[in-house]
Design a protein around this ligand. Structure first.
Ligand code: MN
Length: 251
């Protein structure tokens, strides 16, 4: 039987320093994009066939690809532009990327209109999904969250460095990850502030920062703030997160 096709959103690298992008009207300049190989390795080892979605900000192309896809993986990347969720930029905001933002916005719009499409959001993926589904973000955890723990770890990415705590025992997150506390890695300075309407927060860090959410009413939509693709070879529960995603895409 054919493996389910998992579309992985590419990220744009080094774009924020230049305005010479085709998407902004200039010609003759190409920007680089891609994914960390571990996203594709995790999808492949979980039974899916990884397929890369070029990050061009073309909503029609996103819909064409997702119309053929069995699952959508929204990857990590730059900060989400705060004007998109009605906020002014914090002095601690990182560089946003309009092409990546437009691509994620189109992917989230498609997923919201097609709740049978399984979605796994990772890191920026939980943030952009939340922002484009009507929620808001913390732009910079250290300056906005009182008593925040370290969410930008200096340790190797395969190591879990802070705990997360399941707050919805009946959720898919709980079924996959098992009993709290669970140690996860952490490479983010942004996070979910106000969840999008109807979104279910399923896990939090010890400082209450949102670490996982789900979309009730969707077939399988799990959004996580950590990077399970860096942990799945050492942590069976993180492997099961990808396997649950691909199994939903297969059915
Ligand atoms: Mn974290």
């Amino acid at each position: 039987m054919a493996r389910p096709m998992i579309v992985i959103v590419c990220n744009v690298e080094g774009y924020a320093d230049s305005d010479r992008s085709p998407a902004l009207g200039a010609e003759g300049w190409a920007y680089k994009q891609g994914i960390g190989s571990l996203y594709a390795e995790a999808v492949w080892e979980a039974g899916g066939v990884p397929t890369l979605l070029p990050c061009l900000g073309e909503a029609e192309m996103v819909a064409e690809m997702l119309g053929r896809a069995d699952g959508l993986l929204i990857t990590g990347g730059a900060d989400v532009a705060p004007l998109d969720y009605g906020a002014e930029p914090s002095p601690h905001l990182g560089g946003a990327n309009p092409v990546r933002d437009a691509t994620d916005r189109a992917a989230v719009a498609y997923a919201e209109a097609n709740p049978d499409l399984p979605v796994l959001g990772i890191c920026r993926g939980i943030q952009s999904y939340n922002a484009y589904a009507g929620g808001t973000l913390i732009q910079d955890i250290p300056s906005e969250v009182k008593g925040a723990i370290q969410h930008s770890q200096k340790s190797p990415s395969t190591l879990g460095t802070h705990t997360l705590h399941i707050v919805e025992p009946e959720s898919k997150t709980a079924a996959i990850l098992g009993p709290s506390p669970i140690a996860v890695n952490s490479f983010h300075h942004q996070a979910v502030a106000t969840p999008a309407p109807g979104m279910l927060v399923t896990a939090r860090a010890s400082d209450r920062v949102v670490e996982a959410m789900e979309r009730p009413g969707h077939k399988w939509c799990v959004l996580v703030q950590w990077h399970p693709e860096h942990m799945f070879r050492r942590d069976e529960r993180q492997r099961e997160l990808f396997e649950g995603f691909v199994a939903a895409a297969e059915s």
